[in-house]
Design a protein around this ligand. Structure first.
Ligand code: SF4
Ligand code: SF4
Length: 377
């Protein structure tokens, strides 16, 4: 296992995520404890020392399951991360109640790592609103040793992350981001990493395989990669990509069975960052994948002043792309719900003034109608 230095700790470069634990009869809230115990034992024996859970995973069952599995090991032999569920606005103002419950559910006296969960467009104002007391409460827990390291995870834009850091950057020790070779340019992961570097904040990675969609590629793409590294598996390319980014400390993978776990552990036995040719090939494959589905908006903003409805067209198209590419998911619906109602895609009146000036000749009015349909607006 590769280890990375973080302050005075040595963290396993691969962390065990617990968002996609094995379940019984396909019921997401019915975690297979026996299988989780086995996976945890395999992880620990293989040198993984970082475990990540959250209030909402598996409808609240993830914290219980990983807590039970880890109870078999000395507390100082693993690092456990949990998160404040501010993605649900009804939790604002409940930091104390939730934190106490989380410790109880996980069966621990302290969390090694604790995060503001999912800082994004939807909750940034509430997260920054100090009257809820979240920040103050978490700082207090850090002072009394019940949180060892404080950080945040983010699905928001660079602007949102910047706002969060302006307010709380001083206390933030790490940041968890969705990084993979597909999102490197598509979802501005590269820019986000650069932003964090500027603030001196190390990066934790979530969704390295983009929810499993990078575990296998089209045959022609796989062939191009095999020609460069015949012995590398396709999922391993996603991890080698992350091993090539010096800012990355821990990569979390939400593994659903022992076989996936063993495969990922094998990849993290060796550090094999990509060379220039390999990186260029991988990113060109990513570009081709994105182009196939995504609208080619360059965010030039020529269209925005022509929209009688005042829609932020490039930002809506970026969300459209995310939604189309992910085949659904929660990110776009969440971001759109944070936009004022009269600025959402269904506010488009189909006048096509924007299309007359778009250098990419995007059929914007159709995209808005399509997006509204996808979101059920
Ligand atoms: S077609 Fe829709 S997005 Fe384009 S200018 Fe008209 S209202 Fe705005
Ligand atoms: S003009 Fe076209 S490419 Fe430019 S921001 Fe608008 S939609 Fe995107």
């Amino acid at each position: 296992m590769i280890y990375k230095n973080f302050q005075n700790l040595k963290l396993s470069a691969l962390g065990m995520g617990t968002m996609r634990l094995p379940v019984i009869s396909g019921d997401d809230s019915c975690v297979d404890q026996e299988a989780v115990n086995q996976m945890t034992s395999c992880a620990i024996q293989s040198g993984i020392n970082y475990f990540d859970t959250a209030w909402g995973y598996h409808s609240g069952q993830s914290e219980l399951a990983i807590g039970r599995a880890l109870a078999a090991y000395p507390r100082e032999s693993f690092y456990l991360a949990d998160k404040f569920p501010g993605y649900d606005l009804s939790n604002m103002g409940k930091a104390k109640e939730i934190f106490e419950k989380q410790l109880e559910k996980c069966g621990v006296e302290y969390f090694d790592f604790y995060l503001f969960h999912n800082v994004c467009e939807l909750n940034i104002n509430q997260y920054l609103d100090r009257s809820y007391g979240t920040y103050a409460y978490l700082l207090e827990q850090k002072k009394n040793g019940r949180i060892r390291h404080l950080g945040f995870s983010a699905h928001g834009s660079c602007e949102v992350i910047e706002r969060f850091l302006e307010a709380y950057g001083e206390a933030m020790e790490f940041c968890q981001l969705q990084i993979n070779y597909l999102d490197w340019d598509f979802q501005e992961a590269r820019k986000k990493v650069e932003l964090l570097r500027k603030h001196g904040i190390p990066v934790w990675v979530m969704e390295p395989l983009r929810g499993g969609s990078l575990a296998s590629l089209k045959p022609e793409h796989e062939a191009r990669l095999r020609a460069l590294r015949p012995d590398e598996t396709i999922p391993a390319w996603a991890f080698r990509f992350l091993q090539s980014i010096p800012d990355v400390t821990v990569t979390l993978s939400g593994m659903s069975n022992l076989e996936q776990l063993k495969q990922n552990i094998a990849t993290f036995e060796t550090d094999k960052p990509l060379n220039e040719t390999e990186m260029a090939t991988l990113l060109s494959i990513a570009e081709e994948m994105v182009k196939k589905i995504a609208l080619p908006c360059t965010a030039c903003r020529y269209c925005t002043s022509h929209c009688p409805q005042g829609l932020n067209i490039p930002s809506l198209l970026a969300l459209y792309n995310e939604h189309a590419f992910s085949n659904g998911g929660f990110i776009a619906p969440m971001a759109v719900s944070a936009i004022e109602e009269d600025k959402r895609p269904n506010a488009c009146i189909g006048c096509r003034s924007c299309e007359a000036v778009c250098p990419q000749q995007i059929k914007i009015s159709e995209a808005m109608a399509d997006f509204s349909k996808m979101l059920g607006l």
